[in-house]
Design a protein around this ligand. Structure first.
Ligand code: COI
Length: 361
């Protein structure tokens, strides 16, 4: 029995309108009829009042702490419709654990893993008709918590709200699977040593936006950040991790040592690469080395990876004084075969050797 009390949406979308909306939605633009909610209060009350409520506007006082000091963390995962009629998600405990690590870094209360998992199942159960069935589509789940106390003194909030909203999605990038172009930001950094780079908090994404605008201005879809300490090594993209495929089939990616988000897709792909008997090396990668490798052909492929982006080939790397095509600019073979293998597991078409899938409905 779910601990989530259901307060049903009195006017859910008509089935035909919903069907039209979930066909090919632009990422993050359409939301389901409900959301999950849990409240936390300091002073012993802890997490309480587990509910599924209609998706809709929140009533917040202008003094609500998160609006001033950005005490907020979030997660991203997807629900997939399988051919057997079930709805599954992928490694949700890994997201729950990262959510706790992010919460600790932002002085927010940790949500028990069980509450995190139950909130996903309760929401997807009530909104299961929103999980699209078209190839490559899924229901993106966005759990988040924020300081909801109306207080503008600077301290950790005494009242926190946890919500999960859900959005039917297709490809993250407009071009679908077409290789993306990356702008390397040599001015701004996303995160520094001792900062919040490893946490999935809104502030990191806010800090990336000016660079993301620069990327767009240079005709690129994403920005790549360099490390703040030396400005020489690759870190991650604005919204996803990055990896290089060497000509010998080995994969090299920057280590998640505090300034880089510990991507669940990233770690899953590295495991799939190791399963193929190929070498994975997590080590600092200098921009100069990556550029020289792309020019010489020793770096054969570059890919971006994350829940939203899945595995997206990178076809071009540009910066103030360089503009290089990766390989022949077309999707790389290993990138695409890893994408196929991962999505086969996620959609129940391939063997789930590592028990990564988790039934929600
Ligand atoms: C995700 O991949 O789930 C993220 O949270 C990143 C964001 C660009 C959508």
């Amino acid at each position: 029995m779910s601990r989530f009390a259901l307060d049903p949406n009195p006017s859910p979308l008509e089935a035909c309108e919903r069907a039209a909306l979930i066909q090919a939605p632009a990422f993050g633009t359409v939301f389901t009829d409900h959301m999950a909610q849990i409240t936390w209060q300091a002073g012993g009350r802890g997490w309480h009042d587990h509910r599924i409520v209609p998706y809709g506007p929140l009533q917040l006082m202008p003094a609500t702490s998160v609006l001033h000091y950005a005490q907020e963390v979030f997660e991203g995962l997807k629900a997939y419709r399988w051919e057997d009629g079930s709805i599954r998600t992928f490694r949700p405990a890994a997201n729950a654990e990262r959510f706790s690590r992010s919460a600790r870094r932002l002085a927010l209360p940790e949500l028990p893993v069980e509450d995190f998992l139950d909130s996903l199942a309760a929401l997807v159960k009530v909104d299961q008709a929103w999980v699209p069935a078209e190839p490559g589509t899924s229901l993106y789940l966005r759990p988040f918590m924020f300081a909801s106390e109306p207080f503008i003194g600077v301290r950790a909030a005494h009242e926190v709200t946890y919500l999960v909203i859900a959005s039917p999605v297709g490809a993250y990038f407009k071009g679908g699977l077409a290789p993306v172009s990356i702008w390397v930001d040599q001015t701004y950094h996303r995160a520094g040593p001792g900062g919040t780079g490893a946490a999935k908090c809104g502030g990191n994404y806010a800090a990336s936006l000016v660079s993301q605008e620069l990327a767009y201005a240079h005709g690129c879809e994403q920005v790549l950040f360099l490390d703040a300490a030396t400005s020489t090594c690759l870190e991650e993209l604005g919204g996803m991790n990055v990896a290089l495929v060497m000509a010998d089939g080995s994969v090299v990616t920057p280590p998640t040592s505090g300034t880089i988000l510990e991507g669940v897709t990233r770690s899953s792909l590295l495991q799939l690469v190791r399963d193929r008997g190929l070498t994975v090396t997590e080590r600092p990668v200098e921009l100069a080395e990556a550029l020289a490798g792309i020019k010489a052909g020793t770096v054969a492929e570059v890919f971006a990876c994350g829940t939203a982006a899945v595995v997206t080939p990178v076809g071009r790397l540009a910066g103030e004084d360089f503009d290089l095509t990766v390989g022949d600019g077309r999707p790389g073979a290993l990138t695409m075969s890893l994408r196929q293998e991962l999505t086969d597991i996620q959609y129940g078409r391939g063997e789930d050797r590592h028990a990564w899938t988790h039934r929600l409905v």
